[in-house]
Design a protein around this ligand. Structure first.
Ligand SMILES: C[S@@+](CC[C@H](N)C(=O)[O-])C[C@H]1O[C@@H](n2cnc3c(N)ncnc32)[C@H](O)[C@@H]1O
Length: 265
């Protein structure tokens, strides 16, 4: 069902050149671009996909932002996990509704949003108070009351320990994930999954080596490449520019008890 846009709602305005603007609607306000302004009142009450013209006759289309739109445009302190990697983490770590997830560090809350959208309850550890505040604001702004009871952020150093038990997933995006491994092993239930995002392959290798020495099995490291295609009439080719390297996702599963992985004879 199409719902009319309401004051207080977050919307995305797109123009013909693919520029994108995030705006919170408020009665009586104007949104200014280099191509003129548009009255919020013209957008309030409209449905998504409505096209309006600015005072200088530029066309803008209004949408409710997708998670991907929001993560790429939201305020950030720390660098966010790019949506293609957030999507891979949700799938590779099998994040599901009701899963109990420890996430660290939460940074700007980009990855938190993907985990919450998948229905998980997320306990975040972050060392920086300003980043934690940004993450909480970003999550509240995009998800509203829906995620309020499922998202908690504590100012804690994850290298020092995890004060939670029987977790289903531990999801890491911090510089030295191997230092969290013993704490993750103590806090994850058997069968639970560890997922770590690392920009550098050296970090991934160190993490994999640390997994060898602990109660982990099925360790795997992947890099996700995303290539867009230009399709316009007969001009069909890969886009000239693509999101090149972002990072690696390493996953491993917690064995039961204090076991280490069985090695081939
Ligand atoms: C790259 S950012 C995370 C970005 C986040 N995944 C997102 O998508 O918005 C890494 C974060 O880890 C935090 N951090 C670094 N070491 C930490 C530690 N030992 N415990 C908790 N957080 C830590 C940093 O302050 C930083 O905010």
């Amino acid at each position: 069902m199409s719902r009319a846009l309401q004051p207080g709602e977050l919307v995305l305005l797109t123009d013909r050149k693919g520029r994108r603007y995030l705006v919170t609607l408020a009665a009586g306000r104007r949104f200014h671009t280099h191509a003129g302004f548009v009255e919020h009142d013209e957008l309030i009450g409209a449905t998504e996909g409505t096209q309006v013209r600015t005072a200088r006759n530029a066309e803008l289309t209004v949408w409710r932002p997708t998670l991907c739109d929001y993560v790429l445009k939201m305020p950030r302190g720390a660098q966010v996990v790019y949506p293609k990697d957030g999507a891979a983490i949700v799938m590779l770590a099998d994040v599901h509704p009701g899963a109990r997830v420890l996430e660290s560090g939460v940074g700007s809350g980009g990855l938190s949003l993907s985990l919450l959208r998948a229905g998980a309850s997320v306990l975040g550890y972050e060392t920086r108070e300003d980043f934690a505040a940004t993450a909480l604001e970003n999550v509240a702004h995009f998800m509203g009351a829906e995620a309020q009871d499922r998202y908690q952020v504590e100012i804690k150093d994850c290298y020092l320990g995890i004060d939670a038990e029987d977790l289903d997933r531990v999801v890491l995006d911090l510089p030295e994930p191997w230092r969290v491994l013993p704490h993750a092993a103590a806090s994850l239930r058997p069968g639970g999954i560890l997922a770590a995002y690392t920009p550098s392959i050296i970090q991934a290798v160190k993490l994999r080596e640390a997994c060898e020495a602990g109660p982990w099995a099925g360790a795997s490291t992947v890099e996700t490449l995303q290539r867009g295609w230009h399709i316009e009439g007969d001009a069909v080719r890969p886009e000239h520019r693509m999101v090149g390297h972002t990072g690696f996702v390493t996953t491993a599963r917690r064995l039961t008890g204090g076991q280490t992985r069985l090695r081939p004879r």
